[in-house]
Design a protein around this ligand. Sequence first.
Ligand code: PLP
Length: 406
Amino acid sequence: MSISRRDFITVSAAALAVPTTATALPTRPNSVRVEGNRFEPWIEVDSLAIQHNVRAIAARVGNRPILAVVKNNAYGLGLTTVGPILDRCDEIVELAVVKVDQALALRAAGVTKPILLMGHFDEEIGGGLAEHGISLAPFTDEAIRVLPLVAQRTDREISVHLYLDTGMSRLGLGYERAVPWIEQIARLDRVRVKGTFSGLTEADDFDPEQLRRLLDVAHQAERRGLDLGSLHLASSHALYHRPECFLDMVRPGLVLYGAHPAGAQEAGRAELRPAFRLRARVVRVERLEPGDSVSYGRNYVAERPTWIATLPVGHADGYPREAVNGCEVLVGDRTYPVIGAVSASHTILELGPEATVQVGDVATLLGPDSPEVHPNTVAERAEISVYDVLMHLSAGLPKVIADGSF
Ligand SMILES: Cc1ncc(COP(=O)(O)O)c(C=O)c1O
């Protein structure tokens, strides 16, 4: 059976159907309830921590409205788990994704706030999205032809955020050509410009120039009587470094989930709470004799009698391979170093001379419970980006909402 792209939109929305409240028990395979005796890895999401982070961000930006970025499965925490939580936050005016099926999945999850697709669309895709009340982010000359066709396909006015390129060279219409392009879009029937935005390169010496370029377009547009809607530029990094980029609205992702965009020393980390845990239970506790080795490559060889514990979670679940270079895992009230290698489905901990943990004990690999398992610490010790720590979490991990236990 061939499937048109229009069918694809309908099918993917149905396939992603999920419960309408964040606390309802999910029915999809990757959202099963985590029962008390589960050994395999799961993710706990703390809705109170997310709400706390949203309030902290709002306070930082003088209560400007927040466009919450939930791209890439809400940075690994689970789009349909996190979306409804953010939907209930007054400070958030809109949610943004970069993939069509994720925009539809948010709606199917019961999100009622506006949703923005910051990605490519054509007539069919745009029409399907507009029917679900999803805003579009035009960034091409072609959009001037396509938007009226999208409008024809739906009975609604189409909302757009104009996406400008001020130096990232990724998406966006080049700022030098923006004003006449905006003028043409402004003339289109049933197209409402809700916002205009660009992305910063987060390069210290270039961000001010990008701001200048965006403001220059805004001033020229204003002189021609064009309404750009809300102007937005700042994502997580700018919230801590570039107050001059806050403009009308801010557009953070990472900080919503309680991780900080740069290093541990950076101001502001303290005001955020990691809003998730990656957990699993110990499946094996064994004693090594001197000369016994651990995992692939015999990276670790015991020098003295040493107890070890195996966790059924590995890099295929999203725990970084590089964690073996100095990361620790919390079991009970102690942390233990990761040794040997993080394989696809297993991680091994060095317990020391005593068997201080038991099979069935809960291990926390990422979370707020100790500084060693804070996502920023894991990123620093593994020498990887903190974005990778979150976004590489496997979409298949079950999610459970743990309100306020963090
Ligand atoms: C266009 C755009 N805006 C905002 C964000 C949010 O970025 P951050 O997670 O650094 O806040 C992203 C994420 O990459 C993005 O692509």
